[in-house]
Design a protein around this ligand. Sequence first.
Ligand code: SAH
Length: 242
Amino acid sequence: MKDILIGGLKEMGLTPPEGAVDKLCQYAQLLLEQNQVMNLTAITDPTDVARLHFLDSAAILTWQDPKTGRSGLQGKSAVDVGTGAGFPGMVLKILEPSLSLTLVDSLGKRVTWLEKVCEELSLDGVRCFHGRAEELALEKDFRDGFDVAVSRAVASFPLLCELCLPYVRPGGVFLAMKSVESTAETDGGAEAVKRLGGKALPYFDYPIPGADVTHRLVPVEKVAPTPKGLPRSWGKIKKTPL
Ligand code: SAH
């Protein structure tokens, strides 16, 4: 696993900080151990964990903001909505320790496990919240409060926008992790993006080193504060997408 990570990160043009690769290996071990007693991941082969969880998550750090021409999350605040076993959030924090990270998931058991992992890996500056994304986003500290929101494998794009964009401060960005087959799905979210104060930015397709797949980041810039009344309850989000 270590070699795959070192080689893969290098191929992606990323230089991990001292000790980060060892931390990722330790995280993988904790994940696979706990996965025996709790449903955390369907991917259990260590090579696949390295590529499809870790390198995939790390790709966020290679995205270049067209406004600034810069990539990376140095010194930024980010929320990972529906983080599950910590993807992509935990990987980003390990590779960019200056990131101030908030993890949100509606499944309490996963959040409790993530808190323990943060302790074991001595990660500072990570807050873990058990709750529904659309409810937490109504709270003052969360609403329009983050530089970046990220999310992978949580909901279809229009629904995901309502769960995630409310967290982003104007000027910040929401990065949705999607497949390259998601074009129709993301096109269908144009109205949601607009209503939530967002503006679509060009897709970023990236290959995952060593895996025969290309994945996609769908970036949305936040250009205006979240309008009153949004996000709605999950029932409404699902029944009548924006
Ligand atoms: N992002 C992780 C997990 C994906 S599974 C990964 O890519 O591996 C989807 C996760 O989203 C689950 O852990 C589920 O509990 C959480 N989730 C789904 N809807 C949510 C909501 N409305 N608010 C918070 N968490 C949610």
